[in-house]
Structures are given as C-alpha cells and as structure tokens.
Design a binder for this molecule. Sequence first.
Ligand code: HEC
Length: 193
Amino acid sequence: MSTEKLPKKLGKNEIVLREHEFDGIQEFDQKLPNWWLFSFYGAIVFYIGYWFIYYSTDLLPTEVESINARMTVIETAKKKELEAMMDKLDDSVLLTWSQEDSITKEGEDVYKQFCIACHGATLEGGIGRSLVDAEWAHGSQPMDILNIVLDGTPADSQGYNGQKMTPWKDALGPEKCAKVTAYLISQNPHIEK
Ligand code: HEC
C-alpha cells in the first residue's frame, strides 16, 4: 500500500484526486464540467418557473382538465359518427344490408364476439330474448331493432326474466351495431326482406 501523498492539484485539465485512499482506490475530486452545471441550474430554474405557472396561474391545463378536454373531443367525434350513420340508415337500407354477404359476415363476427353469450349460437335466446322468433318486445322494424342494440333496454322495459341489455353504441360504435343488426335481420325468417 502506497502511503505517498499525491499533490492536490496537478494543473488544468488534469486529474485531481482526493487525498484519502482505501485498498489502493482513490477518488476523483474534479470540478464538474460547465455543461453539466448549466443543465443542472437550468433544470432548477425551469422547475421553479414551471411549478409557479402550473400551480399559481391558469396558463397550463391540469391533468384532469386535459383528460376532460380529450374526452370531449372523443365524445364529439363519436356523436358525429353516430349522427352520420343514423342519417344514412333507414329500414330499407338495413334490409338491403341484410342481403349483402360481406356486411352480414362482419355482423356475424360481431355477434359471435359480443352477443352469443346471451342470445345463443343459433340466436335462439337464453339470458337474452330469442332473435329468430316473430316476437319483438321493442318493435319489429329494422330501425327498432337497431335502436335497441344501440341504446340497450329502454327505460320503461321490465327486461326479460329480470335481465336487461346494456347499450352497445359506445362499446361497438354505430357501424358495427348496424352491421350486427343486418345480420340479425338476415337470420330471422319472419322479417320480410
Ligand atoms: C348480457 C347479456 C346480453 C348480451 C351480451 C346481449 N344481449 Fe341483447 N338482450 C339481452 C336481454 C336481457 C334482452 C331483453 C331486454 C329487454 O327486453 O329489456 C336483450 C334484447 C335484445 C334485443 C331485442 C329483442 C326483442 O325481442 O325485442 C336485440 C335485438 C338484442 N338484444 C340484440 C343484441 C345484440 C346485437 C347483442 C350483441 C351486440 C346483444 N344483444 C348482446 C341480453 C343481452
């Protein structure tokens, strides 16, 4: 182990070591580079400024405000999409769609994913009502069927065996709701097409 003392300063741009040593290991004692110090002080100044602006002024939106603003944008877009779809659709469009294989195929995929659990593999019903009989609790016209898919059990309904259906328009969007409705119509033998 060397006990020889190292000079404290060796000159500019050269290594400066602290005087202590342990197991032959010594420590640097350099001045921090200016770029590092400036970023550090800059971060402190930025923090104070940002803190002040964020908490003491209304210039920056809080997280809740920016989430709410984004939700409003999404909701407006969804509403527009629904309105555009509802403008496009009527009973005869849904009947035409129910004859188009490419559309009913998409509807069938939606049905298998989201509806089959309650309405059964052959649409015979179960927890939900049968969709292949001639009985419609909430209207038998194509748009009536679409509306219950979009909005779920109407407020005045007693439900079916005490069960109600949730609305699907937010989870699926209007287009998928319309396509699954076209599929239901295509499968129901009592609806004249
Ligand atoms: C959690 C179970 C459940 C799921 C999942 C479900 N439904 Fe329903 N559905 C019901 C119930 C219960 C009713 C009866 C509601 C009522 O009469 O108030 C119903 C009613 C309906 C009706 C009206 C039937 C009639 O005779 O008037 C249609 C149409 C319908 N569902 C379509 C769908 C479609 C399409 C999907 C998939 C996107 C779906 N349902 C998913 C439970 C479900």
